[in-house]
Design a binder for this molecule. Structure first.
Ligand code: HEM
Length: 465
């Protein structure tokens, strides 16, 4: 069974039709030939953009000469009310300074320290779902947003989502998304720079509310650090790290910018990947049984970091879910000078679009590109494509700093859920992927959740592994 893929648009459409389609959903606004092309040029009356699917070009832009392909100013405009000058939108020296402070907090050793908090958030999600499981289908994307937000609050500030400020930030973010549903993707819209971007009053108001709440958390933490009573979590680590080159730590204002992006980039993305993983497992009960048997065999009753390396099936499933439904479907860079790509000249200021969505399903690179097959990672083609054509976290110096964090959180939360529950499709209308802030299901993902029959899973699962 082929998991859902948006219907592409016809090959030729007028610019205005394209803009309308694009506003509705960038995935279905693209023609099918992008799944076979190495590069495609989009001409608008105002500027050109180039989608690059050629692994050599992707490598050049992200790893070869990344400083010659900075983030586009359009992105900054779209996200400024919420993110200020956060590491996600800065370039050059400011960006490098921010990464030198942030990166140590996400290194392997620190992950071990975040693990217990991830475990507690996973267990809390199991308890919430247990209260809802039964005859009524569960809206699984919503549950996973809740769980991923809980992971971020617990690891960053040592507070659960039930904390008053944490839950206020979480609901303010939801209101913000409703007010600015394409906050990120709007920045990709093929409009010239001189078209002013008006942020609706509501968008500005929700952004200000989120930032005020985060400022409260950050100021409180600064006081705890000064008093020597701060917990040893990610916020403390980041706020007490000075840039090794300049000796300066973040100011409180700078820290607010970074916390806003950790929350936004860190919870929407993981939530999307977890939601799709569970949906794909509901469609493929054989893989679900294997992952559940592994969870039952590997997980104990208390957090133990060493289980991570043994969650092999859960990791393969999570990786495959992000191949088919990359949470960040496309991202954009800009040329600083003229470039020659596959014999074509790109003018300075051209938009270079990197599309995990197309690269991950490229028909000339992947075997069975649209099928769900977590076993592919053990094949020669899967291994080669993982190196050349798999970029859910981007790559190079601007790679997602949370990649290792997400690759721990995802398989762990999946395993905790599969140990206790069986997930089945709830029927009804087919699930349609669309790109909102991340790749989501247009009408949500509703699954029937029942307690797992431990005896039969363990027996059949062990046989299959
Ligand atoms: C499944 C989960 C995740 C996915 C798929 C993901 C994906 C990405 C991608 C594709 C980028 C690059 C975007 C671009 O260049 O325009 C990025 C950047 C970023 N991500 Fe993640 N991310 C995930 C989780 C996280 C987590 C958990 C955190 C932090 C707690 C995080 C923090 C960031 C930050 C700060 C950046 C900006 C880095 C920079 O520009 O230097 N992400 N992420």
């Amino acid at each position: 069974m082929i998991p859902p893929k948006p219907a592409p648009r016809p090959d030729r459409v007028t610019l205005w039709r394209y803009l309308r389609l694009f506003r509705a959903d960038i995935l279905s606004a693209q023609p099918a030939r992008l799944y076979r092309a190495w590069m495609a040029e989009f001409r608008t009356p105002f500027f050109r953009s180039y989608l690059c699917n050629d692994p050599e070009l992707v490598d050049l832009v992200l790893k070869g000469r990344p400083m010659d392909f900075p983030k586009s100013g359009r992105i900054r405009e779209g996200l400024k009310p919420l993110l200020g000058a956060s590491v996600f939108i800065t370039n050059g020296a400011v960006w490098a300074h921010q990464r030198r402070i942030i990166d140590p907090a996400f290194e392997g050793g620190r992950l071990r320290e975040s693990f217990a908090a991830m475990w507690e958030a996973g267990r809390a999600s199991v308890d919430r779902i247990r209260r809802k499981a039964g005859s009524e289908p569960v809206e699984i994307e919503e549950e996973m947003s809740h769980a991923a937000a809980d992971v971020i609050f617990r690891t960053l500030f040592s507070i659960p989502i039930e904390d008053t400020t944490a839950s206020a930030v979480f609901s303010a973010f939801r209101a913000h998304q409703r007010a600015a549903p394409v906050v990120n993707l709007g920045a990709l819209l093929p409009l010239p720079d001189w078209v002013p971007r008006f942020h609706r009053r509501e968008t500005r108001a929700t952004a200000a509310r989120i930032r005020a709440l985060i400022a409260g958390l950050t100021e409180r933490r600064a006081a705890e650090i000064a008093a020597g009573t701060a917990p040893d979590d990610l916020a403390t680590k980041i706020m007490t790290t000075a840039d090794p080159e300049t000796g300066t730590p973040f100011s409180t204002e700078e820290m607010v910018d970074q916390v806003a992006i950790f929350f936004l980039a860190g919870h929407e993305t993981s939530a999307a990947a977890l939601g799709w993983s569970l949906y794909l497992l509901a469609l493929h009960p054989d893989w679900q049984d294997r992952a559940a048997a592994e969870a039952l065999a590997v997980l104990g009753e208390v957090p133990d970091f060493s289980v991570l390396s043994r969650l092999v099936v859960a990791r393969a499933v999570f990786r495959e879910a992000m191949r088919l439904y990359p949470p960040v479907p496309m991202f954009v860079r800009e040329t600083r000078m003229a470039e020659i790509f596959r014999g074509r000249t790109l003018a300075p200021g051209a938009q270079v679009v990197l599309s995990p969505w197309h690269l991950h399903r490229h028909e000339r690179l992947w075997e069975n590109p649209d099928g769900f097959d977590p076993a592919r990672w053990d094949t020669e083609n899967g291994r080669a494509c993982m190196r050349r054509a798999y970029i859910p976290f981007s790559a190079g110096p601007r790679v997602c700093p949370g990649a290792g964090f997400a690759m721990a959180e995802g398989p762990l939360v999946l395993a905790l859920l599969l140990r206790d529950f069986r997930f089945e499709p709830a029927g009804g209308a087919p699930v349609v992927p669309i790109a909102q802030l991340t790749v989501r299901a247009r009408d949500g993902i509703r699954l029937r959740v029942t307690p797992r029959d431990v005896t039969s899973t363990a027996v059949s699962g062990v046989k299959q592994i």
